[in-house]
Design a protein around this ligand. Structure first.
Ligand code: PLP
Length: 376
């Protein structure tokens, strides 16, 4: 059973990773002071058309710093999707600001732009655009209202490296945009993240925040509470090697998605990811399955059955309005996000990491089809 286990993600590490890692070890440059860090930052930010890249230890760290860097304070509101990873909301709450949620669209699985427009008011300081699962958020209507009302855009492109909105790279739309390099992302450094921006001022703030806010030219003197969120040279070495294959990686993601599309398209009990919208083709960061409610099969049931067959899956994000940790703040009292709740109950994703092979994809499909057949 163990050998046949199919994890939800297998990363693809097959280029110069080992060579660059060896260089770190042999030269002793293993901390954040090593040369790969700067090289990775420069190459990465260029690849998404940004001027500055600030590498950090995770996508969560990138969000903490990005949110802090734009000067959010108590009483400010930040609009964001109703179900995302908790990382999107942590620093908003720490700063005493209020997260304002918008529901997802059931088809694109992304935040509903119409609902964003309806939530904008005088207290709205920022809109966090978090692109989810494979398609980008429909940006134009949101960017328009943000511009008109001088609202800051924070763009969380953690899942979206290589994706574009109307041919412009995701990660190039926020005053500040962030990425994650966790092992299930298109580009991975194991753990890691990056903040990108065109603003010199924001870039300087972010690099100070990541490095304990040392006063310039005076080590161990601090004017603000910061973090040690630095990326190590070892992580950056992986990143530089991964970036060399960025085009191949995006193609491969789409090939994995197309394979599942072909094998699963006839299954009437499920909705597959949208292949294409007028602003983007799906990049299938993960391959999502949404069970149709009328067949009365839940994600919990299917995921457990798949696991019994040695196939690991993940549920979609848990709605923020239901998060126990946020209950005490009363941010979302009497607010309902039916689509986010629906997608949590009926949505999950199947193994779709870059390292998966066709045989395992076949096995996933065969088992999923069987499980859905047996349950009426
Ligand atoms: C949309 C989104 N934002 C942020 C993160 C956090 O990134 P990390 O796991 O690197 O902290 C993730 C993680 O998967 C994510 O999916």
């Amino acid at each position: 059973m163990k050998n046949n286990f199919i994890p939800v993600n297998v990363p693809l590490i097959k280029g110069n990773e080992l060579k660059y890692l060896k260089k770190c070890i042999y030269t002793g440059w293993i901390s954040s002071e090593g040369g790969y860090v700067k090289e990775f930052e420069k190459k990465f930010c260029r690849s998404v058309n940004r001027k500055y890249g600030i590498s950090v230890s995770s996508g969560t760290a990138a969000l903490d710093i990005a949110i802090d860097s734009i000067g959010i304070s108590k009483g400010d509101e930040v609009i964001l999707p109703a179900s995302v990873i908790i990382s999107c909301v942590n620093q908003i709450v720490r700063l005493g600001a209020k997260p304002v949620l918008v529901d997802l669209k059931k088809d694109t699985l992304n935040m509903d732009p119409d609902e964003v427009l309806s939530k904008v008011n005088k207290r709205t300081k920022a809109i966090m655009i978090t692109h989810l699962y494979g398609l980008p958020v429909d940006l134009d209507p949101i960017l328009k209202i943000a511009k008109k009302n001088k609202i800051i855009i924070i763009e969380d492109a953690a899942e979206m490296y290589g994706q574009t909105y109307k041919s412009i790279p995701c990660g190039s739309f926020g005053l500040v945009s962030t990425f994650s390099f966790y092992a299930n992302k298109q580009i991975t450094t194991g753990e890691g993240g990056m903040i990108v921006t065109n603003s010199k001022k924001i870039a300087e703030k972010c690099s100070e925040l990541r490095n304990l806010c040392f006063k310039k030219n005076r080590r161990f003197v601090h004017y603000k509470i910061g973090w040690n969120y630095r990326m190590s040279n070892i992580q950056a070495a992986l990143g530089v090697a991964q970036l060399e294959r960025k085009n191949e990686i995006v193609k491969l993601k789409r090939r994995i998605g197309s394979f599942y599309n072909k094998k699963l398209k006839k299954i009437k009990k499920i909705s597959l990811p949208i292949r294409k919208v007028n602003y983007a083709d799906n990049i299938y960061w993960v391959y999502t399955i949404i069970l149709k409610k009328k067949y009365k099969v839940t994600a919990d049931y299917v995921c457990k059955r798949l696991l019994q067959k040695g196939i690991q899956t993940r549920r979609l994000f848990y709605p923020l309005n239901k998060q126990p940790v946020l209950k005490k703040y009363n941010f979302f009292k009497n607010k309902k996000f039916p689509n986010a709740e629906y997608l949590y109950k009926y949505g999950f994703y199947i193994p779709s990491g870059l390292g998966i092979n066709k045989k395992d994809q076949e096995k996933v499909c065969k088992n999923l089809i069987e499980i859905l057949k047996t349950k009426k």
